[in-house]
Design a protein around this ligand. Structure first.
Ligand code: ADP
Ligand code: MG
Length: 263
């Protein structure tokens, strides 16, 4: 068979295998290979690396789209000087994603607007960048989805989609008091992920001692904390809100109720 026929058949094979990115690169790679007198192995390596990279990038894009992350907040844009309550070294260690490989949890505690969601999303995006699947929900959305799924007899789908994620982010725990069924469902979710050694990142504006205020039953609260804390990294932020801090740094007056203009 002549070289031209081989070339045509390779093109056809790549098309049949739907390796369109490789098909696009074929001519220029062959040309570079012959110009630089490269080996056949070099050529295959280049062609397949291109394909693998392309496939990985598509997976990352799909994982980001499906993650439910509501807003892009990266760890790079987190200002540690503005929030001295956040240990940079702990965040850097978490950013290595060892916690995902070890199936550890990350608990981010602190009052509102201190950067809990920012950090949770930053870590989640880092995990996505490295090819992991993430599922992000606020507790409020989790409970709503639970109630709908229960009504439609689809709870097993919900459990499997939460369990499929390498990292499950549960944001805004602490804002609502849970009813018994909702709390039992939450326990089941956390317990299933614990048994499967899969990471959960949870943000809560209540300290551990106050968790009983959100759950209807102290036994359940203890069991939930037990599962969450068994393999856990805690970031406990005890600072001012980010906005308040910025006001202070810029020497702007804090808006106290007396200073709010009245009509
Ligand atoms: P929380 O979840 O603790 O209520 P957020 O993460 O939603 O707070 O933070 C509120 C806003 O302030 C967000 O826009 C967030 O990006 C920003 N923010 C908070 N802390 C920091 C920080 N240390 N550096 C940069 N942005 C911050
Ligand atoms: Mg938040």
């Amino acid at each position: 068979m002549s070289e031209a026929v081989h070339y045509e058949r390779v093109q056809e094979h790549l098309e049949n295998l739907k390796l369109f990115a490789s098909l696009n690169e074929l001519a220029s790679l062959l040309e570079a290979g012959s110009r630089e007198e490269r080996s056949v192995t070099w050529f295959l390596d280049e062609l397949l690396t291109g394909k693998v990279t392309h496939r990985f990038e598509r997976r990352v894009a799909a994982n980001l789209r499906l993650s439910g992350i509501p807003i892009r907040k990266t760890l790079d844009t987190f200002d540690y000087e503005a929030q001295t309550g956040v240990p940079k070294r702990t965040v850097e260690e978490l950013a290595t994603l060892r916690f995902v490989h070890n199936g550890e949890n990350v608990l981010i505690l602190g009052p509102t607007r201190v950067g809990k969601t920012h950090l949770a999303i930053g870590l989640a995006l880092k995990a996505i960048e490295h090819g992991h699947k993430v599922y992000f929900l606020t507790l409020h959305d989790l409970i709503n989805k639970f109630r709908i799924a229960r009504e439609r007899n689809k709870l097993h789908y919900m459990h499997s989609s939460i369990l499929r994620a390498d990292v499950f982010v549960l944001d805004e725990v602490g804002f609502q008091v849970l009813e018994r069924d909702d709390a039992a469902f939450l326990f089941e979710v956390i317990n299933k992920r614990y048994v499967a050694s899969k990471s959960t990142i949870l943000t809560n504006n209540k300290s551990y001692g106050q968790w009983h205020e959100i759950f209807p039953d102290s036994v359940l609260t203890a069991a939930l904390l037990d599962r969450l804390l068994h393999r856990a990294n805690t970031i406990n932020i005890q600072g001012d809100s980010y906005r308040l801090r910025h006001c202070k740094q810029a020497r702007l007056p804090d808006l106290t109720p007396q200073e709010v203009p009245t009509k």
